[in-house]
Design a protein around this ligand. Structure first.
Ligand code: B12
Ligand code: SF4
Length: 469
């Protein structure tokens, strides 16, 4: 039997290259490869960087679908369906909107693959693949091991993605993570993580490790054990964490000793009322955001601070204030994004219930483009979109780059090079991503849904989602 794994791009303008900063090794595909029995032949196609050989013989296609890549995933599924090849889909989008995804796949997996993937493959081989596989509880990740051989020969960014834990214990109302993992985090065995890093080091080529954990310090004691175990490896790493890490100077010092170069922290908004509305009041720390940044810098940890705009207490001046905050506090990197209502999140449900969504399903709508605000706000959606682009251009503009560089405690020449590379790349992409289509504009014809009947077990969910203005 031959299985083809596919990781879709978000969309494509014919003849144009894809967003480079997004071209990292896709761990979901490597995890599926790791769970697949050895006697199944495997190939892997990354739609972001190579054409998919639709005519090459294969028995089953497995596609990862996120909300931004859902339309492209359905296009790819349609191409295979045209050729009579069955498709199975999994990932965040089928997990959060199964009643939609199941129309474009012969089978879907709701939740994580670890508990159900071997069963699905056995059923497929026996000719009795079901329409829906659902992980009954969150599976143990203790033994989960990705198979990175599928990445060989592809031109990914030189960053190794490693997972130490999955999910987050917080409940921010816009976040797909809390919806998909019900506010829980599961962890991999620390020895296994260490072994995986050693293997990657032996193979060479990767300079930086990215722990894709949603909140690497969610359980501080466990995080400490992980960081202690990293010290002998001598790696440099980055990850994502919640702001409360800045409270704990001992933890910050340990992170630095273990090779941490910096962290992405969701600051989200300078407006207290917005933080409350998004259920992220925990972001208000003593001394405020500036003190948090100062403490990170005290430990030579670089900060990628992400902000979202479009909550009800944003004003036109909020954008400029946020840029100034970043420049005054020498923040290494910043994201200025509009808030996105992902289906399945409390935010999406609230906006749908209030009749504020501008599209029934923005992720499938022909008119929708990346960067557009798909709901009504007291500021106009266009104002928010333009102000986000302007904020990026200002923050990644020459004056800001030089001003932050002069004052930042850049530890060495390599970090200086990284600083310039990242800031200039993000400057170039400040508007490159805007207006990006969802789905490949070169795709011909309509999406082809599966001819299999709609599964009974999902019927009850159908009216709950997708409410439109
Ligand atoms: C690393 C990461 C990135 C990296 C690299 C991504 C890459 N591989 O190229 C970068 C920084 C580039 C990135 C960019 C973006 N990302 Co991102 N990213 C992540 C992150 C933190 C980790 C992904 C990962 O490797 N997880 C580990 C794997 C093993 O877990 P998993 O994906 O859950 O896979 C399991 C199951 O979902 C399932 N599964 C997955 N696929 C399939 C397929 C089949 C067939 C089956 C059966 C099962 C299955 O089984 C897997 C094993 O159990 C996730 C958050 C997260 N916790 O996953 C966000 C996340 C996926 N990103 C997200 C977003 C929104 C984006 C951006 C759009 C952000 C932006 N506005 O710029 C871009 C889009 C890029 C693109 N798609 O081209 C959202 C998606 C939400 C949604 N509803 O779809 C997430 C969930 C973050 C969040 N807080 O909401 N991202
Ligand atoms: S802390 Fe981050 S990952 Fe956790 S729920 Fe909030 S936004 Fe999502």
């Amino acid at each position: 039997m031959k299985l083809s794994l596919v990781f879709p791009c978000m969309g494509r303008r014919p003849g144009k290259s894809y967003v480079r900063s997004w071209q990292m090794e896709p761990l979901p595909a490597a995890h599926l490869a790791g769970l697949t029995p050895n006697d199944i032949e495997l190939d892997f196609h990354d739609d972001r960087m190579e054409p998919i050989p639709f005519d090459a013989p294969t028995d089953l296609v497995a596609i990862t679908a996120e909300t931004y890549t859902a339309k492209r995933a359905y296009q790819i599924a349609s191409e295979y369906r045209r050729r009579g090849v069955p498709v199975v889909m999994g990932g965040f989008h089928p997990t959060l909107v199964p009643e939609e995804a199941v129309s474009y796949a012969e089978a879907i997996v709701i939740g994580e693959a670890e508990a159900v993937w071997p069963e699905l493959l056995a059923d497929f081989r026996a000719g009795r693949m079901k329409r829906v596989y659902r992980s009954p509880t969150r599976p143990s990740l203790l033994g989960a091991s990705p198979d990175r051989r599928i990445f060989a020969g592809k031109n990914y960014l030189p960053i190794a993605l490693v997972e130490a834990g999955r999910g987050c214990t917080r409940h921010c109302d816009f976040c797909s993570i809390q919806s998909a993992f019900s506010g829980t985090q599961s962890m991999r065995d620390i020895d296994l993580v260490v072994e995986e890093i050693r293997t990657i080091q032996r193979q060479g080529g990767h300079k930086l490790f990215f722990f894709v954990d949603d909140n690497i310090i969610a359980y501080v004691d466990r995080a400490r054990r992980l960081f202690e175990a990293l010290i002998p490896l001598g790696i440099r790493w980055v990850s994502q964490a919640s702001l409360n890490m800045a409270y704990d100077r001992e933890l910050l010092a340990l992170m630095k000793r273990s090779g941490c170069m910096g962290v992405l922290i969701g600051f989200e908004s300078l407006e207290q009322k917005n933080l409350e509305e998004m259920n992220k009041g925990f972001n208000r720390m003593q001394g405020g955001f500036a003190e948090a940044v100062r403490r990170l810098h005290e430990h030579q940890l670089l900060l990628y601070a992400t902000f979202v705009f479009g909550y009800d207490h944003d004003e036109p001046e909020s954008f400029q204030r946020t840029v100034e905050f970043g420049i005054e506090n020498d923040v290494f990197m910043m994201a200025f994004n509009h808030c996105t209502p992902f289906p399945g999140t409390p935010l999406y449900q609230r906006l749908a219930a209030r009749g504020r969504l501008l599209y029934e399903k923005w992720w499938l709508d022909e008119r929708y483009r990346y960067g557009e605000v798909p709901y009504r706000t007291h500021l106009s959606p266009e104002l928010i979109q333009d102000a986000c682009v302007r904020a990026r251009k200002q923050f990644y503009g020459p004056r800001s780059i030089v001003s932050r560089l002069c004052r930042t405690n850049t530890p060495n020449l390599e970090m200086l090079r990284n600083y310039l590379f990242i800031n200039l790349l993000l400057r170039r992409e400040a508007s490159q991503r805007e207006g990006y289509p969802l789905g490949d504009l070169g795709f011909k014809g309509e999406l082809i849904p599966t001819s299999l009947p709609f599964p009974e077990e999902l019927s009850a969910r159908a009216p709950a989602l997708g409410g439109a203005a």
